[in-house]
Design a protein around this ligand. Structure first.
Ligand SMILES: Cc1cc2nc3c(=O)[nH]c(=O)nc-3n(C[C@H](O)[C@H](O)[C@H](O)COP(=O)(O)OP(=O)(O)OC[C@H]3O[C@@H](n4cnc5c(N)ncnc54)[C@H](O)[C@@H]3O)c2cc1C
Length: 394
């Protein structure tokens, strides 16, 4: 039990653990533990198991298939899921566009999309960034011109994760080029199978298809697919980010990686490889940073639960949580040494065996992949700006 939890929250924690023991597939859990990607079919199957228990979208309102859990319970749930190495659900649907549909959707949009998200029957990607618009998102240029009951969308989105397997994309488009940047944007839900949508792969430096560029060439999108009012898409986007920003600490993920480091250290010692006192000191330091992060996350979540005002503080969680993942990755890499050098087996081929012990195979891949954590969702520099202005009042 973790200190500070009420008796009922501790009982809830045990209930979640017992559910995981009963329902989580060992082979899938092993994949997650060792850092391999789960297939879309495995992720969808786990989503449906959670949905059958009413736990697929804990943060949604009960009326649309969510729960009435407090922020603390959601934090416990997330920690238990990650601690048991359960696959993560598709964040674009559950954490981003789903809550935006709940807040801004028409009754018809809610009735159509929300059950499909809950049961993994629709798959989303996020079309915000453009070649000329990243941190300065309000400068998006992809145009949506009114034509009868449709918009005609032309432009391109970049760094679009998961577009290769998504069937829908939510995009910020410019509907009024004459208005001030934030005032001329609308939020559209687009079926990726619409004529004129094309997807090109962008490869990361670990050789994997991490992103895509999505092109829109005269794509006709019914106006009924607009979320919120025309030219009010910036409010939808801000609300969507607001929904997400309380859950950015990566505490659960850090705890998972710390567990990996401990297991690797034990295994290396069993092979008579002495990682030395300096290594132990670094490990202790990371564990302490994690406890500080978790305590800060719990403090902010409790403040939020009790109706208190939370301003720019979640930026501290985003900054510290993403930096800690990267520090954990480096220590894990140090522990496995040269076993980190070969390409991981997902790149060598489906049947390739790891070159070293199984826990070494995906370490370098994870280290490379997690470099993006200090950029995606708002770079560290942008978080520093928010903390300076909104938290410290500088
Ligand atoms: C792994 C990963 C997944 C992603 N997935 C998606 C996705 O699915 N969909 C999507 O739309 N986008 C996605 N992105 C894109 C991401 O949102 C952008 O990369 C991010 O917003 C930064 O924008 P940019 O790359 O254009 O960099 P820029 O905004 O051009 O920034 C370049 C550099 O300047 C710094 N900088 C910018 N503004 C300031 C400022 N005001 N003060 C100080 N420094 C500043 C930045 O910190 C950065 O170091 C993803 C990115 C990554 C890394």
């Amino acid at each position: 039990m973790r200190a500070g939890l009420s008796a009922s929250d501790q009982a809830f924690q045990l209930e979640v653990r017992s559910f995981l023991n009963e329902h989580l597939d060992d082979a899938v859990s092993r994949k997650v533990r060792l850092g391999y990607s789960v297939t879309k079919a495995e992720q969808d199957s786990w989503t449906r198991i959670l949905n059958a228990r009413g736990w697929a979208a804990p943060h949604w309102p009960v009326e649309v298939g969510g729960t009435d859990w407090s922020m603390i319970r959601r934090h416990i749930f997330e920690n238990e899921m990650r601690g048991a190495h359960a696959p993560e659900l598709q964040g674009f649907g559950f954490k981003m566009v789903g809550p935006a549909i709940i807040n801004y959707g028409t009754e018809a949009q809610k009735a159509h999309y929300l059950p499909l998200i809950l049961n993994a029957e629709i798959s989303w990607c996020q079309g915000y960034s453009e070649p000329q618009a990243g941190s300065d998102l309000a400068s998006v240029r992809t145009r949506a011109e009114s034509d009868g009951d449709d918009y005609v969308v032309t432009g391109s989105k970049i760094w679009t994760s998961a577009a290769e397997q998504a069937d829908h994309i939510f995009v910020l488009v410019r509907t009024d080029p004459t208005a001030k940047p934030q005032l001329g944007i609308s939020f559209l839900l687009i079926d990726m199978n619409t004529p004129g949508v094309t997807v090109e792969a962008l490869m990361a430096f670990n050789g994997k298809r991490l992103w895509n560029q999505v092109f829109f060439d005269g794509v006709r999108v019914p106006k009924g697919n607009r979320l919120g009012e025309e030219n009010q898409g910036w409010s939808v986007a801000k609300n969507l980010l607001g929904n997400e920003r309380m859950a950015v600490s990566r505490v659960a993920e850090n705890r998972r990686i710390l567990g990996c480091i401990m297991r690797v250290a034990e295994a290396e010692q069993a092979r008579n490889i002495d990682l030395g006192p300096e290594y132990a000191a670094q490990l202790a330091s990371l564990a302490i940073r994690l406890e500080a992060l978790d305590t800060t996350a719990q403090r902010l979540l409790s403040t939020f639960d009790q109706g208190g005002t939370v301003g720019g503080e979640p930026s501290m969680l985003k900054l510290k949580g993403s930096e800690l993942v990267q520090a954990m990755d480096r220590l894990l890499m140090d522990a496995i040494g040269y076993y980190g050098l070969p390409l991981d087996s997902t790149l060598r081929g489906d049947d390739a065996e790891p070159v070293g012990p199984d826990y070494t195979d995906m370490v370098a891949s994870g280290l490379f992949h997690h470099r993006g954590y200090t950029i995606a969702g708002g770079s560290s520099e942008v978080q520093h700006n928010i903390i300076a202005q909104a938290v410290l009042g500088l």
